[in-house]
Design a protein around this ligand. Sequence first.
Ligand code: F6R
Length: 604
Amino acid sequence: MCGIIGRVGEGNALETLITGLENLEYRGYDSAGVAVKNGTGINVEKRSGKVSELKRSITDEPLQGAIGIGHTRWSTHGPPTDENAHPHTDHTEDVAVVHNGIIENYTELKSELAESGHEFSSDTDTEVIPHLIQHHLDCGLDNESAFRRAVDELEGSYAVAAMIADERVLYAARRGSPLVVGMEDDEYFLASDVPAFLEYTDTVVYLEDGDVAIVDETGVEFTDLEGNPVERHPETIEWDPEQAGKGEYEHFMLKEIHEQPTALAQAIEGRIEPELGRIDLTDFEPGTFDDVDCVQFVACGTSYHAALYGSVLLNQAGVRSRALLANEYSISAPPVDENTLVVAVTQSGETADTLSALREASDAGAQTVTVTNVVGSTAAREADETLLIRAGPEIGVAATKTFSSQAVMLVLLGQRIAQDVRGETGADPEALLSDLETMPDRVEEVLATTTAEELAATYEGSRAYFFIGRGLGFPVALEGALKFKEITYEHAEGFASGELKHGPLALVTPDTPVFAVFTGEEDEKTLKNAAEAQTRGAPVIAICPPDHQAALVADAHLEIPDVDSDLAGLLANVQLQLLAYYAADRLDRAIDKPRNLAKSVTVE
Ligand code: F6R
């Protein structure tokens, strides 16, 4: 949801800015721009379209200068035009600003500034910020005070980076949108997310809400909005820069699908002792959840499907639990108290809807846990406890490996909660954990033997694609459909198998393949539901083990190894990821950056 990059140091900033934008493009890709301070002023180059288009437009006349800011946009206010692209400047072009978030009071600010003679050239909320800074400079404030005063007047959410023509300093502030500083000897970076500068440094400081950072080539000063110093400690990021590249793969998504064995191995490493049936989640010692009487999961999109998976497991283990869409939470959440555990499931840890549900639950007195991939993310910092999924950077907009890692971590967390709350898990922990330990190999097996590419070709051009599943197969069916629609732009829907006959069956024709997920939970019923579709002419594709009855009656099948029913859905999901990938590839879609989407959605 918009990517910000800033750089101060020796030599030219441009290349670093462009690389940073390329690495951040998953956050938004409808326009891009850079501003570089040269000897005399600030030069801005910005364009609608992707970073590659911006790059093409500046090769002839490079922007020279050691300090600069850049932005890749996912539009909120105003369409993706050249004018609306960031950086924005004031009328004197002495102040340049990039921004992620939403300025809620921008219409009031804009009309006040317009009355005092400021002219605006874009439809964005962001453009008020450079004008506001310039206004305070005109009133006689120094650069730092003008920046602070302007930021203090903003309502809404923001990560802002600004540059003022007469000095080699970057000013940054955050409230509600992520911002991180990277440090390397005499070179400093600002970014919305670490992959922007990971190839230059792994030493970072995450800004907290209300922080201001003043960055020049000698160092970074952190203060609050009033200018009082605040102490922020550097952290080391353990992601390998190579992990953030595409390697031999044509798309990040395919690479990330293939990284799942490693991601799962990392997720469970040191956290299970199968021979003892024991889980070692260091932050969640036995007894942590003794006083919990119900669990609410809050999440969006793919993470919601992982949350649903976790919730089905907990209910099956006898613990009251619900998975709730975070964006509906404020309207329809069941009440919480100090015995409620609210688990925010969010890959990025920055999804505005999820953060808002987490805050609401926390304010109401619930205990909170965040399950996330990003150390230091807002959700990680705001929850009482954090469980890291350790999936490594995920760049493809469509979440793949993070879903698998989230679901596996929710299997473990669910076991711990059930043991604490009920004194037992309702499952055979040794068998489950042994199967869990083999998951990386099982996923490898699926990747090596999949026939998803052939099936994608067979069913290309269908009118719609349906996905059904029961129990733990239901969230997998929903996720299969989401992945398919997201990257192919084809109509795809997921249903609980038993729901098909309550309405959706009317959509079923010979031109609507039905992908049925079998997880070993009441499979005979799912088979009947699939047969009801097959009778109406729909081809049925079973996702099941090779000797499963469904494989014999279905029109085609995608094979998964026979594992514990708590885990089978995760293998089926890998097959569905591959199916979506190959279907989208045949249609030549922008797989890593599907239209209208962004990886990290920091607006409600
Ligand atoms: C779909 C996808 C999104 C995210 C959702 C929540 O492939 O990636 O649906 O799952 O935007 O994002 P996080 O997990 O960052 O909260």
